[in-house]
Design a protein around this ligand. Structure first.
Ligand code: FES
Length: 251
């Protein structure tokens, strides 16, 4: 049973600066999440030795696991700081580190641009012309709606990208990563999104596309929204193979 909360936080003032750990002790209260702990430290930025320190830089917005901005490594595992309760972590010191696969900005803040660039690579959107009324959307079977709903819950938090051994935001051309693949599948499920099927599958067939996935399956294991990313990747593989065979035999 905890009497106090001990947090060991990796600090780094700017990219390229040396990283160092700082320890903080907070009185235990039940049902505290990690963002509440960081807010406590922000109110009184004093480390465990009683020294005043600079406030910790971290990101958060929605505080209800919707925006995806508060991703960090908690005891080495990528997760959302807003929905992680101290009570659900093992007793002992809790370590907080920034995601390692993205360029560091400061302390617990990283630049997730490589993930958004990946979404651009796989055309992770549905094109519309202007903002006028496009009329009723195409009808979709409830089963297809249900499947699409799973993928619509992606909040681009980057946890799957962090856990993937093949993705690195420091060399994003090597593999686009699981989050953009999940969204490519999501937009191929959409009747309007399917109008761009050719361009999207061609992008997935290119360098750093779906063939760079090593099938480690870590992505689905850490996704806070339990998105079946490995199913999406398997189905995309089939679609890409069909297109490749059609191309080979002039279909
Ligand atoms: S603050 Fe939005 S997901 Fe955690």
């Amino acid at each position: 049973m905890r009497r106090e909360i001990v947090l060991k936080i990796q600090r780094q003032e700017r990219p390229g600066a040396p990283a160092a750990w700082q320890e903080f002790r907070l009185p235990y209260r039940p049902r505290l999440n990690l963002i509440a702990c960081l807010q406590e430290i922000a109110r009184r930025p004093v480390d465990a030795a009683g020294r005043a320190v600079t406030p910790i830089a971290y990101e958060s917005a929605c505080l209800e696991e919707v925006c995806g901005s508060c991703s960090m490594r908690v005891n080495g595992v990528p997760m959302q700081a807003c929905s992680t309760l101290v009570d659900n972590l093992p007793d002992g010191t809790i370590t907080l580190e920034p995601l390692s696969k993205f360029p560091l900005v400061r302390d617990l803040i990283v630049d997730r641009t490589p993930m958004f660039e990946g979404l651009k690579r796989v055309r992770g959107w549905i094109p519309i012309e202007g903002t006028y009324d496009l009329g009723p959307a195409p009808r979709r079977a409830p089963a297809e709606q249900g499947e699409a709903y799973d993928y619509s819950r992606c909040m681009t938090c980057g946890c799957c990208m962090e856990a993937c051994p093949n993705f690195s935001g420091h060399a994003p051309e090597r593999f686009v990563g699981p989050a953009p693949l999940g969204q490519a599948y999501y937009f191929l499920l959409n009747p309007t999104g399917r109008m761009e099927e050719g361009e999207r599958l061609e992008a997935l067939m290119g360098r750093g596309g779906i063939t760079a996935c090593g099938n480690a399956q870590n992505c689905a294991a850490v996704c806070p929204k339990e998105i079946p990313l490995t199913d999406a990747i398997a189905r995309l593989n089939r679609q890409v193979n069909r297109r490749w065979l059609a191309r080979l035999f002039g279909g």
